[in-house]
Design a protein around this ligand. Structure first.
Ligand code: HMG
Ligand code: MG
Length: 307
């Protein structure tokens, strides 16, 4: 394997203000959410998944999305994204002037029912209206597919099931589609298999890797995905995150760990690792627990020792 097989540059999407915080039982204040988003922007993160506009009964932590978006100072050039499961969510995203809306479905029926209370095909019908409105309003549309490498209720998920949802989301106009390992069970060979199937029909630039790190496989999975040509990855600072409807799943891979990997491999991200690690340390302080990012913790310790 030579370095030339890896991309020269990757796009990092930090999802900590949304995926990272949505599972927190203690409500995090608007001010703390705004501070996190500002710190990510200052670190140079080009795309921040800032909020979700979902039912507050389903995910109370995300109920203040509009307040958060109204309170942030936006940095030009950064894409601020929101999850929007239906037209109600889309209307809020529009009011919040989001740059990108995300329709989120699943490759497994059981997870679709548990997470968004409808079947896969019903969800895609709901998304159609969101997709049409986003196209009319000139808002970027992304799709996210949960359980691409395994489901907490159904177990194994075949790449063909993922392809079916990718086809439908592409038809709806998604210009980017997240291949998500919601419960962090996938391994590098599975990542290769799923992308082998998807890349027979679509360009690699259509996909991102959204890997949770429950079994510590996410960095290996990112490397495997890069070998397949994927160059967009999601992470959460401090390794925060989890889906309330995926029991046992832990956080997203830490963004600091991804950026450290890329930095050492000479792959450009445009992100300042020190500032990013400080953002991870700060939100960990707010939440009253240690950061789960090994790279972020080691990087800050090294900087402190050097002073
Ligand atoms: P439902 O109960 O079937 O929907 O939920 P409904 O249309 O019957 O509405 C029920 C109530 O919710 C109504 O209020 C609606 O107004 C309200 P009531 O009349 O009872 O007072 N409502 C809303 N309120 C605000 N914003 C909205 C909205 N929609 C309805 N958009 C629904 C269906 C999809 C709304 C619900 O199941 C839901 O909100 N689910 C979201 C679950 C969620 O956010 N999960 C986590 C994000 S996904 C994830 O983490 C995975 C990802 O990271 C990738 C990966 O790792 O796999 C993306
Ligand atoms: Mg997730």
């Amino acid at each position: 394997m030579t370095a030339s097989q890896f991309p020269a540059k990757v796009k990092i999407v930090d999802v900590s203000p949304r995926d990272g915080l949505q599972n927190e039982k203690q409500l995090v204040s608007v001010a703390d959410k705004v501070a996190l988003i500002h710190q990510l922007a200052q670190a140079g993160v080009p795309n921040i998944e800032a909020v979700s506009f979902v039912s507050p009964k389903w995910v109370p932590q995300m109920a203040d999305g509009l307040g958060v978006m109204q309170a942030i100072s936006r940095r030009p050039g950064i894409v601020y994204s929101a999850l929007t499961p239906n037209m109600k969510g889309y209307a809020s995203a529009r009011q919040a002037a989001m740059d990108e809306v995300v329709i989120f479905g699943a490759a497994s029926e059981a997870f679709s029912q548990k997470n968004i209370n409808c079947s896969i095909s019903e969800s895609l019908e709901r998304f159609r209206e969101v997709a049409q409105s986003a196209a009319q309003d000139g808002i970027r549309l992304r799709g996210s597919i949960s359980c691409c490498l395994g489901c907490p209720y159904e177990g194994d998920v075949a790449p063909a099931q993922v392809l079916e949802v990718v086809d439908r989301m592409s038809d709806l106009g998604c210009i980017e589609i997240d291949i998500a390992d919601t419960i962090g069970v996938g391994t590098a060979d599975q990542v290769k298999k799923v992308f082998d199937v998807l890349l027979r029909r679509y360009p690699a630039s259509r996909f991102s890797g959204h890997f949770h790190d429950t079994y510590g496989q996410a960095i290996a999975n990112i490397v495997a995905a890069m070998e397949s040509g994927i160059a967009i990855f999601h992470g959460s600072v401090a390794g925060l995150g989890g889906c309330p409807y995926a029991q046992g799943a832990s956080g997203n891979v830490a963004t600091e760990d991804i950026v450290y990997l890329m930095q050492r491999m000479g792959i450009e991200t445009g992100i300042d690792l020190t500032r990013l690690a400080q953002a991870g340390a700060e939100i960990s302080r707010v939440l009253g627990r240690a950061s789960q990012s090994k790279a972020g913790t080691a990087w800050l310790a090294k900087q402190a020792a050097a002073q």
